[in-house]
Ligand binder design. Structure first.
Ligand code: GLY
Length: 344
């Protein structure tokens, strides 16, 4: 199926089709120089399958993990593009998860002031969230995503068959982002996930529903607010505290796991109970021994800060959200108490 992201001149299609990795050339213009960026955690067959459909392809493999979202790897990619004589009419393709998409997309945005970028996400998290919407970035000085650009892909190609090789832990991380979207924006979708996810397992039809339902939520949010001045902040539900947890965990926890932990203090009562049990069913920890003071200390670098004021999202009822704002001092003391409640 096809979902059209309507962003005026920057509009693009998101194609979701099992087996489409092998027929990528039907969707993407690969008759030019193509730089394929992948990482060492992605089966090399995936990048090779795309390369075999290009008239001229070069594959760059970066190490798996957030460490590749750096000036060093950005520079290596640009160096390869120069060495291979890439011009403005050539293209960059990401074949991988969020790290690869963020890095490759940022390189595409910069090279000769912008070349075409295609995203072929291979993790559930990147399929449902990071591959669409145009956020690209690297990390710097330990601050996540602090150097980047909004740069929309020309096409996103999703082949859910590639998820068959995805480790369960990664699948759970993707489910965390989908649960985030359902919790804030679609109570029926939340209910379907409650019924369809059993002990970390989900069937193919339910997985396709998770991908499409998440994309439809993200599409409507991004179409309304492409560059995150208002509504798009809803996608940060769980991320304010989650990013602090992620930074303080120094690689022990994945992004989706931190988002899961970060959502729980942002709701209460029955909402927190339902969210907590769905997260657990999806294979995510709802309790984790972190140094909360240290996690909160990272929040002062958060992009969701306006001066000394922080914006965050709470869920009063499943399928709805409210934006809240307060000073960083008030936020940290509130979060400390709420975190304590969720971990009791
Ligand atoms: N992942 C959140 C966003 O795209 O805004």
């Amino acid at each position: 199926m096809n979902i059209r992201m309507e962003l005026g001149e920057k509009s693009y299609d998101i194609s979701i089709e099992r087996g489409s990795l092998q027929t990528a050339v039907k969707y993407l213009n690969l008759t030019r120089r193509v730089l394929i960026v992948t990482d060492s955690g992605v089966p090399i067959d995936y990048a090779a399958a795309v390369a075999s459909q290009c008239s001229s392809a070069k594959i760059v493999t970066v190490p798996c993990g957030e460490g590749s979202k750096s000036f060093d790897y950005l520079s290596r990619i640009l160096t390869v593009m120069i060495a291979q004589k890439f011009t403005r009419t050539d293209a960059v393709v990401a074949v991988g998860g969020g790290v690869v998409g963020d890095l490759a997309g940022f390189a595409a945005s910069m090279y000769m002031r912008g070349v075409d970028f295609y995203n072929i996400p291979t993790t559930l998290l990147s399929m449902v969230d990071s591959s669409i919407g145009g956020k690209t970035a690297i990390n710097h000085e330990g601050v996540k995503n602090c150097v980047g650009a909004f740069y929309q892909p020309r096409h996103v190609l999703i082949d859910p068959d590639v998820l068959s090789t995805l480790p369960d832990r990664q699948l759970s991380c993707g489910l965390a982002e989908s649960i985030k979207m359902a919790a804030t924006s679609d109570a029926e979708f939340f209910g379907r996930m409650e019924r369809n996810i059993v002990k970390g397992k989900i069937g193919n039809d339910a997985l396709d529903d998770v991908i499409v339902s998440s994309l439809l939520i993200k599409k409507s949010v991004v179409e309304e607010d492409e560059t995150e001045h208002g509504k798009r902040r809803v996608l940060n539900f769980g991320h304010t505290l989650g990013h602090g947890i992620e930074s303080s965990a120094e690689g022990r926890l994945y992004h989706g796991e931190c988002v899961a932990l970060g959502m729980l203090p942002m709701c209460e009562g029955e909402v927190r109970e339902r969210l907590s049990s769905l997260l657990e069913n999806a294979g995510l920890a709802v309790k984790y021994p972190i140094d909360i003071d240290r996690a909160l200390s990272f929040i002062s670098h958060d992009k969701k800060l306006d001066g000394d004021t922080i914006n965050y999202v709470v869920v009063p009822e499943i399928g709805s959200f409210e934006f809240r704002r307060c000073g960083i001092g008030e936020f940290t003391s509130k979060m400390k108490d709420l975190w304590g409640e969720t971990q009791a």
